[in-house]
Design a protein around this ligand. Structure first.
Ligand code: LRH
Length: 432
């Protein structure tokens, strides 16, 4: 929500919904609870543990003016050598540079850690999400003293790290819901939880965690911190069990969500629109989904048509044509990222797993198979929730290996490439 020019999260609304949800648990009993959210955003606490200021949304543009200051203190090359993170203007380290409260705050808690703190009174920094801050050393798995000091941040700002599966306190009695319920640290970065639930049956797979963002890449055991990886803006995020998610962010279904919002349509209208889009000729016009024009909230269709006009392509007119342009462009983005992930990491890809809400988008899954020339397995849709619960179940000794269980129990759909991927070769060059 925007107020006086700043884009904020409604963090207390989210917290209230969590408490409401807990109050409705059938039977009034839980063996464990784990919190995950999106990455990078945070709340700052004062000396008495109070929240200083309302957390700001990563789509706010407050970092635009501070990025060069940060890079003057630590070069992008050195940052990448230490944190292995793709450059995204909203990485926590840039947000902190734009946040006047960072100088006086006592503690920084990333969103899921903030919710956990409110639920339990205990503070910590869960590793998978800490790895998205830019302040975390991808090789050692600890906060990077060098980056923290170079940026003039106090090391005490950052709480002690914890890993998925660690205990994270108990629900406080004064919440009035399920008092004493154990809280377990999970892959608190939603993408870490989602990838923990990929139903892969062998090592040579790629994944696309497809929702508001498409996070497309491969899973590795060690970070890849090469110049070529940096140039391609690949990230090394920490996964559950110390795995490395070597991936790139692609703008994702945000392009569709914001288009629907502009047209005053809801997700219930999407199936009919996608059906109509399937009848529009393929690859008439494509956009670079990652162009910064598409990042902020607002009228998406007019930004898409402006891009097509600027690049001399046919201008999509109807909603179905715009949806087709978006879905084609995302499939192209998936293809480019996965080809690079494989080349940069040396991992051959035999199958692509699409998980998350986008795995229910049959047109996008089929076009991703066509564009990559690889078989696609789609599902589960609720991968993040399943990965979150799976880590808790494992911490309780209820299972040892989540992926085979997901593969055996979740409905999955399979897509094979419909034809040669040649038309996509030409289209990729139009992305620039
Ligand atoms: C997906 C996600 C992604 C981040 C972005 C901020 O929800 O966590 O992994 O890059 O949000």
């Amino acid at each position: 929500m925007r107020a006086a020019g700043t884009l904020y999260w409604d963090v207390l609304g989210l917290y209230r919904d969590i408490l409401d949800g807990l109050a409705r648990i059938p039977g009034g009993r839980l063996d464990s609870l784990g919190v995950d959210t999106w990455a990078v955003d945070y709340g700052l606490l004062g000396p008495d543990g109070r929240l200083l200021g309302n957390p700001v949304h990563y789509r706010d543009d407050r970092t635009a003016s501070v990025i060069s200051d940060v890079h003057a203190k630590v070069s992008p090359e050195r940052l990448y050598a230490l944190n292995g993170l793709q450059f995204l203007p909203f990485n926590t380290l840039y947000q902190l540079a734009a946040d006047p409260l960072a100088d006086t705050a006592e503690a920084l808690l990333l969103m899921p850690d903030l919710i956990s703190y409110w639920l339990t009174g205990e503070r910590g920094a869960e590793r998978t999400n800490a790895s998205t801050t830019g302040l975390y050393d991808a090789a050692t798995g600890e906060w990077s003293r060098e980056i923290v000091e170079a940026l003039g941040l106090r090391p005490e700002l950052l709480p002690a790290l914890r890993s998925p599966g660690d205990p994270a306190g108990r629900l406080l009695p004064d919440l009035g819901v399920l008092p004493g319920t154990p809280v377990t640290a999970v892959g608190s970065h939603d993408t870490a939880s989602a990838i923990a639930a990929v139903p892969a049956t062998g090592p040579n797979f790629a994944y696309i965690s497809c929702g508001t963002w498409s996070l497309a890449g491969v899973e590795l055991s060690e970070p890849v911190l090469t110049d070529a990886g940096r140039a391609a803006n690949f990230t090394n995020e920490t996964g559950v069990d110390g795995t490395v998610r070597y991936l790139r962010n692609i703008m994702g279904l945000w392009l569709l969500q914001e288009s629907l919002r502009t047209w005053n349509l809801g997700t219930a209208d999407l199936p009919a629109l996608l059906d109509a889009a399937a009848d529009v000729p393929a690859l008439r016009s494509v956009i670079d989904p990652d162009h910064p024009d598409f990042f902020p909230p607002g009228d998406m269709p007019s930004r898409i048509t402006a891009f097509c006009e600027r690049t001399g392509q046919p201008v999509p007119a109807s909603p179905a044509e715009i949806v087709r342009c978006v879905v084609d462009s995302l499939a192209l983005g998936h293809r480019k990222a996965l080809r690079q992930a494989s080349a940069l990491s040396g991992l051959p890809i035999e199958v692509v797993h699409i998980v998350g809400g986008g795995s229910g988008n049959a047109l996008l899954c089929q076009l991703t198979a066509d564009a990559t020339g690889l078989p696609v397995t789609a599902g589960p849709t609720e991968a993040t929730a399943l990965g979150n619960i799976g880590v808790q179940a494992r911490a309780q000794g209820l299972l040892t290996d989540l992926r085979p269980l997901i593969a055996a129990t979740q409905p999955l759909r399979h897509y094979t490439p419909a034809g040669p991927s040649t038309p996509w070769d030409g289209a990729e060059s139009r992305l620039g």
